[in-house]
Design a protein around this ligand. Structure first.
Ligand code: NDP
Length: 311
């Protein structure tokens, strides 16, 4: 089947791209591999007050409004659509046995929470390991917990957890922190928070639930066991670019390189949202990328048809 634009990914960037393609009279199809649309919006448990035009209780509610809009516009999308093969140069995809081609593509595959890859991280994911203190803090009220990471997320989570937990240990592999100075100062002045720099997490252990975190001092190599009932892993995000297997240029962290119009290193292939390392991670940024990409594609199509008309 042929489309003007194939959009890969059904988070805010993908949904916005779909809406913009419709506005620009481009026939588009959006493919999402997960069973429902929304991407990282589905993990936003806090009240969303910084999205102009509406305040929602969480990301899912905002997602529902996006979905309502694409339904009302009668747009075309599929969920549970894993990509079996992809050829970006040919803008051809094989998905559920069907070959789909686009004159252009917008990659909006987003990013995912980075994992430590240590023993216990998977085993305890429903019994003491969490990837969000914002979402899960009330379940850990009254418990001693550890947070791993040294960026804004880890320090912010430590501060949030310190409001309900008797003690929080912030474990960070490096000496210096990436977190903003203001939050780091608040954490270091908080008597409920112990900061452990140059400390690497080695394993999460326990019985039915998490009971301890095994760590190592990166200077001395000395190992230590920290008694804890919860381990919050906040070590950043990683882009979902594996499926493109070296077909387009990525930066040194694996994010897709784009120009000012969101164009990638491949003709007629654009990228939008977290997959191309925005300066600021936000829904608003993802939506802006998609608008820029769809408009640039429309310009390219118009240019091609004008050139064809002249020759
Ligand atoms: P960051 O990429 O900023 O930080 C990740 C941290 O995790 C780093 O300290 C890094 O350590 C550590 N880390 C990475 N991989 C590993 C590993 N394998 N083992 C142990 N430690 C590891 O991620 P954040 O999620 O904190 O923030 C992402 C972005 O979101 C930032 O731009 C941040 O400003 C933003 N943000 C904004 C918020 C807000 O404005 N309210 C709230 C939270 C985040 P090292 O330094 O050694 O590499």
């Amino acid at each position: 089947m042929n489309y003007d634009v194939i959009i890969i990914g059904g988070g805010p960037a993908g949904m916005s791209a779909l809406i913009w393609c419709h506005s620009l009279n481009l026939r588009a199809l959006m493919l999402e591999h997960a069973p429902e649309l929304g991407g990282q919006m589905l993990q936003m448990s806090h009240r969303v007050t910084d999205y102009p035009g509406m305040i929602t209780e969480n990301g899912r509610e905002l997602r529902d409004r996006f979905v309502l809009q694409i339904e009302e516009l009668g747009l075309e999308w599929r969920v549970g659509s894993s990509i079996e093969e992809i050829n970006l140069k040919a803008r051809r995809i094989k998905c559920q046995g069907q070959v789909l081609t686009g004159r252009a593509m917008i990659i909006a595959t987003g990013a995912r929470t980075r994992r430590l890859g240590i023993p216990g991280e998977d085993r305890f994911k429903t019994s003491g390991v969490s990837f969000s203190g914002t979402r899960d803090h009330s379940r850990y009220a009254g418990k001693k917990v550890c947070v791993i990471g040294g960026g804004d997320s880890a320090v912010e989570n430590s501060l949030i957890l310190s409001r309900v937990c008797p003690h929080v240990t912030l474990v960070h592999r490096s000496e210096t922190f990436r977190a903003r100075a203001e939050w780091l100062k608040q954490a270091s002045e908080n008597s409920k928070i112990t900061i452990m720099p140059h400390t690497r997490a080695l394993a999460i252990e326990g019985g039915d639930r998490v009971e301890r975190l095994i760590v190592e001092d990166t200077d001395s190599g000395q190992q230590k066991s920290i008694a804890t009932e919860g381990v919050f892993i906040k070590i950043g995000i990683a882009p979902n670019t594996e499926i493109f297997g070296g077909q387009l240029d990525l930066d040194n962290k694996g994010y897709i390189k784009v120009d000012h119009s969101q164009k990638t290193s491949i003709e007629m292939v654009y990228a939008a949202g977290d997959v191309c390392r925005p300066l600021s991670l936000s829904i608003a940024t993802a939506l802006g990328h998609s608008a820029a990409a769809a408009k640039a594609i429309k310009r390219e199509f118009d240019h091609l048809s004008n050139t064809a008309a002249i020759t």
